[in-house]
Design a protein around this ligand. Sequence first.
Ligand code: URA
Length: 261
Amino acid sequence: MAAQILYNTFKDRMKVGVYLRLDRYLANMGCGSRSAVKKLLRAGQVTVNDQIIRDDGYRVAELQDKVTCWGEVIRYREFIYLMLNKPAGVISATDDDRERTVLDLLDPKYRNKGIFPVGRLDKDTEGLLVLTNNGELGHQLLTPRKHVPKYYLARVTGAVGPDDFAAFRDGVLLDDGYRTLPAELELLQSGELSEVRVIIHEGKFHQIKRMFQALDKKVVYLKRIAMGELCLDPALELGEYRELSDEEIAILMRKDFSDNG
Ligand code: URA
């Protein structure tokens, strides 16, 4: 429902055109502070629909006008959506007195923009984490009613065998008496340390670690590689991030998408 409302809003904005000052547009899109942006304008570095504009009060239609800065097209985005390859050692929070958070990894241009991680990965878990400042979408994605598959790569102690596959298929009884939804386990490498691909459809606290713990195994490495059709970009090194493409944002907006862990 919320995604539908957002989508309609976008379509409405396309139809009617929403105008704002050029200096605000550029500052909002991360081209610099309002005063830095004014300097860029004075220096003739900004065009609107291929005309150099020096007037900071010039009004642009946020979705219809073509704005460039330093020759690069600056598309308007109402919200920021980032894909982070989370490294181990940082927590999925916005601020913390003692620990480094995922926000500490971001460029200053993304600070003070209300960005937060959608869902959470454990401190020692790596991989795909979405960050946004779209509160409504964040709220919608965290609803536990949705069961979008989440794909992980895990290394666990001991050999993984038929009993483990069956247990995952049936749902694993956790230490608090909760039985997980059916999950999938695929063996990638067997040995003293086994490498597996795990697919879960919910996001209970420490879920994968507790599922293996219930089967007398310990997870020694965990990385999230995809959520539904949203895949971690293999070009992102640990700690790197990039803005989501329009196609990726559209995946998030789907009604059945969630990231509840
Ligand atoms: N399951 C876990 O145990 N930890 C995570 O970070 C994610 C899923």
